[in-house]
Design a protein around this ligand. Structure first.
Ligand code: AMP
Length: 282
């Protein structure tokens, strides 16, 4: 496994592999790798001849009061996990390498970023869209793998690859959860034991809502009220949003009359958790 810190040698290695006909898969991450990332890597490994993982805690997608400084950075352990999973190449640049001029150019995807996490995290999706576009230039893969855990991000990236004619197939991978239902996240490390127990209310409430929708309850207000009540009953939490949206456009629905996604963001203590589940059209 090769570890690249610089752009040119990394890009050249990818281009050489593609010239020799290898199918290249990219898994972009911010590191602190867990089983969620591992599932993306395994999916890439099964389908691609060369697997590249990028590890970069991207400052431009964090707000001024967010956890950029404290975000877990565990490159030695991440490298071990990647090596064990048969990753061929890690790209782990510094901030100076990625933004030598401080980052004067940015990619904005409108519409999809208006709701859900968009208003709560101004500038976040511009940071994500810009860094992913840059990674796609540095690692011109055939396929790139993203988790449904970050559903809005996934839709934003699908849109930007279409709009900017980037010839990379975006592959979505299902959310990996702990046995008790909690969606894996690098930020779960911030939770105390009791907060972690409380956080189980999120997936529990989402799965309850899916069951209700499957048995005919399609009223969004009723479903989201149930989710809010279940989360509030579990302990002190700040519910940022609970929304049911069109699965492609992310437009807010009042009735589930098409494929939809139930999405939420909740703060428990210092930890901001997001989760989402699919609801099929009735
Ligand atoms: P991050 O390192 O948090 O930026 O995530 C890197 C990639 O891993 C993104 O595409 C995430 O959606 C994906 N990911 C993170 N957590 C999970 C999870 N629990 N299940 C599946 N994919 C995940």
């Amino acid at each position: 496994m090769q570890l690249f810190r610089d752009i040119a040698p990394c890009r050249n290695t990818i281009l050489e592999s593609r010239r020799s006909g290898l199918l290249v898969g990219l898994v972009p991450t911010m590191g602190a790798l867990h089983k969620g990332h591992q599932s993306l890597i395994r999916c890439a490994r099964e389908n691609c001849a060369l697997v590249a993982v990028s590890i970069f805690v991207n400052p431009t997608q964090f707000g001024p009061k967010e956890d950029y400084e404290g975000y877990p950075r565990t490159l030695p352990q991440d490298s071990q996990l990647c090596a064990a999973e048969g990753v061929d190449l890690i790209f782990a640049p510094t901030v100076e390498t990625m933004y030598p001029s401080g980052g004067r150019t940015s990619v904005h995807v409108s519409g999809l970023t208006d709701g859900l996490c968009g208003p709560v995290r101004p500038g976040h999706f511009d940071g994500v869209a810009t860094v992913v576009t840059k990674l796609f230039q540095i690692i011109p893969a055939d396929r790139a793998y993203f988790g449904e855990k970050d559903y809005q991000q996934l839709q934003v990236i699908r849109q930007l690859t279409r709009d900017l004619n980037i010839p990379i197939d975006i592959v979505a991978c299902p959310t990996v959860r702990d046995d008790d239902g909690l969606a894996l996240s690098s930020r779960n490390a911030y939770l105390s034991d009791s907060q972690r127990k409380q956080a189980l209310s999120l997936s529990r409430a989402l799965f309850t809502a899916v069951r209700q929708a499957d048995s005919g309850e399609h009223n969004v207000e009723v479903l989201t009220a149930g989710i809010r009540a279940e989360i509030s009953a579990a302990g002190p939490a700040e519910i940022e949003y609970v929304d049911i949206v069109d699965a492609s456009t992310l437009e807010r629905l009042t009735t589930i009359d098409r494929d939809a996604r139930i999405c939420l963001a909740v703060r428990i203590g210092a930890c901001r958790l997001i989760d989402n589940v699919a609801v099929d059209a009735p």
